[in-house]
Design a protein around this ligand. Structure first.
Ligand SMILES: Cc1cc2nc3c(=O)[nH]c(=O)nc-3n(C[C@H](O)[C@H](O)[C@H](O)COP(=O)(O)OP(=O)(O)OC[C@H]3O[C@@H](n4cnc5c(N)ncnc54)[C@H](O)[C@@H]3O)c2cc1C
Length: 475
């Protein structure tokens, strides 16, 4: 049963409760109905215990936890498939990511995330290949005779035979990354927080920051201006130093697909756009109304603010991803190639079929390239020209498979970003997603877990607990 004390509680973060939000029946003290039958087929979505709006990573994680607790749940997703920003489209047998974020978790860390065991990370070649002043340099690849082990990328930088012009810079960067690789998360999070630009320029020569760290952090955090929090930058650089930059086998969609597949049949309803929410009812565009005991908004920040005007929409970095195939792969090297020279438009690119052959059919090449910020008008033509220069080959015969522009692709996490924003608006109404989290994959998933736990507590199915300011939520 819902505890009276809990239901009478005021919203924990009144500033975040949209004006005019209707207080749910449960919060007004009316009897809590018995668990409801699961949503049925046809256009009648029936009644359920909890409606989760949005089948991205956060909503699916919350749904997994709620169904695991025995509640009937309807996950309503506007698109024809789950996954949100991290859905992977299949075109002519190619698996094409929409945003294509890089993974910075080890296989063990990935396995430990709820519902994601079985997702396989496909690493890039160790280190990164950086294009600068028309030349290429591989940073952080271990010497062929070096012993394997932890922190190989950082040690490689510290001990590699050096280009005379860059030897001191390379040694200082290597030493800095070796130290970072060994620093525990809590120590990193306790450091003073500034922009990454300020923090890095205090530690390393401007040339190293500009030619190596800026393009590397742009690839990892989608923030080429280094305005991101120095703590987020340190965590990302530590993952790089530990040799953990990879992509999920089969595309980013492997993560939401795994979470969706584990839900009880009938829980996920795709092609259902929600147009109005209150704590006891959800109205859809074409499928009527769903009655419920709690609503969890997991739609991404902008859509959440459309459904509940007053919710704050934080800043995001836009990302444009282009997928090409070619008569022949421009290289067999599974390297992450970073552009350090200004002018763009490509920030980073890889022969993705060399990194993860499962993304392309019949051994065909797949080249995936990323443009950060607002893309130019003639994006495809300029990207094709830039790729010709980067790979040193003609791209005239290359075929564009897809171009995806996502305006709110990656949460901006400047200094003083709150890593653990409240997920409980009031009893019966909850919100989760990357905008409630720290700017990491783990914290986005944790926001779904936190929201599900808050629902369970308000429904009396688990002891009420303060919203966990979990360590992992920040990391
Ligand atoms: C490989 C990988 C690496 C990642 N690395 C990071 C990282 O380093 N840092 C980080 O912060 N995050 C990372 N992420 C997570 C990612 O960047 C996003 O934070 C996350 O995908 C956002 O998920 P979400 O569920 O909040 O929102 P979304 O993915 O946007 O899902 C929202 C869903 O709601 C649906 N929807 C919207 N409006 C409605 C409506 N009215 N009715 C019904 N449905 C609606 C949308 O169609 C969408 O499916 C990573 C993800 C992957 C796969």
């Amino acid at each position: 049963m819902l505890s009276t004390a809990r239901s009478a509680q005021q919203a924990q973060h009144a500033d975040d409760v949209p004006e005019g939000t209707s207080v749910p029946e449960a919060a007004q003290g009316t009897a809590v109905p018995r668990p409801r039958r699961a949503a049925g087929g046809g256009d009648d979505l029936g009644e359920v215990d909890v409606v989760v709006v949005g089948a991205g990573l956060a909503g699916l994680t919350a749904a997994r936890r709620l169904t695991g607790a025995g509640l009937s749940v309807a996950v309503l997703e506007a698109e024809p498939h789950p996954g949100g920003r991290h859905a992977t489209a299949v075109t002519d047998g190619f698996r094409l990511d929409r945003v294509g974020r890089l993974l910075t978790l080890s296989a063990e860390e990935l396995r430990a995330l709820p519902g994601l065991d079985g997702v396989v990370p496909r690493p890039f070649a160790p280190g990164v290949l950086i294009h600068s002043d028309g030349r290429y340099a591989r940073w952080g690849a271990p010497h062929p005779r070096a012993r394997r082990g932890a922190f190989t990328v950082a040690r490689a930088l510290a001990s590699a035979p050096r280009h005379p012009a860059a030897s001191l810079d390379q040694a200082r960067l290597g030493a800095s990354l070796v130290r970072l690789a060994a620093t525990p998360t809590q120590r990193l999070l306790a450091r003073p927080e500034r922009t990454a630009r300020e923090a890095l320029s205090g530690r390393l020569p401007a040339r190293t920051v500009q030619t190596v760290l800026r393009p590397l952090l742009a690839a990892l955090l989608a923030d080429p201006d280094l305005a991101v929090s120095s703590r987020r930058a340190d965590l990302a650089l530590r993952a790089f130093a530990r040799g953990r930059v990879s992509v999920p086998e089969g595309g980013s969609g492997a993560l939401p697909e795994r979470l969706a597949a584990a839900l009880p049949p009938g829980t996920l309803r795709t092609g259902v756009r929600v147009t109005r929410v209150s704590a006891a009812r959800v109205v859809t565009a074409e499928h009527g109304t769903v009655g419920c005991r709690a609503v969890l908004l997991a739609t991404g920040a902008r859509s959440a603010a459309e459904l509940l005007p007053g919710l704050r929409v934080p800043a995001y970095h836009p990302v444009t991803v282009l997928h090409h195939t070619a008569p022949a792969a421009p290289t067999a090297d599974p390297a992450l190639l970073l552009e350090s020279d200004p002018g763009g438009p490509v920030a980073h690119t890889a022969v993705m079929s060399a990194v993860d052959p499962t993304r392309a059919p019949d051994g065909r090449p797949l080249i995936t390239s990323t443009v950060l910020g607002t893309p130019p008008d003639d994006t495809e033509r300029r990207v094709r020209k830039h790729l010709a220069a980067l790979y040193g080959t003609s791209t005239d015969e290359w075929e564009l498979l897809a171009l995806h522009h996502t305006r709110d692709a990656v949460l901006a996490t400047p200094p003083a970003h709150d890593p653990c924003r409240s997920v409980r608006l009031l009893a019966g109404l909850y919100v989760c997603g990357d905008h409630r989290a720290a700017g990491t994959l783990r914290s986005t998933l944790a926001s779904g877990e936190r929201a599900a736990r808050a629902v369970l507590a308000d429904l009396g199915l688990r002891p009420a607990a303060p919203e966990e300011a979990e360590e992992e939520a920040a990391a």
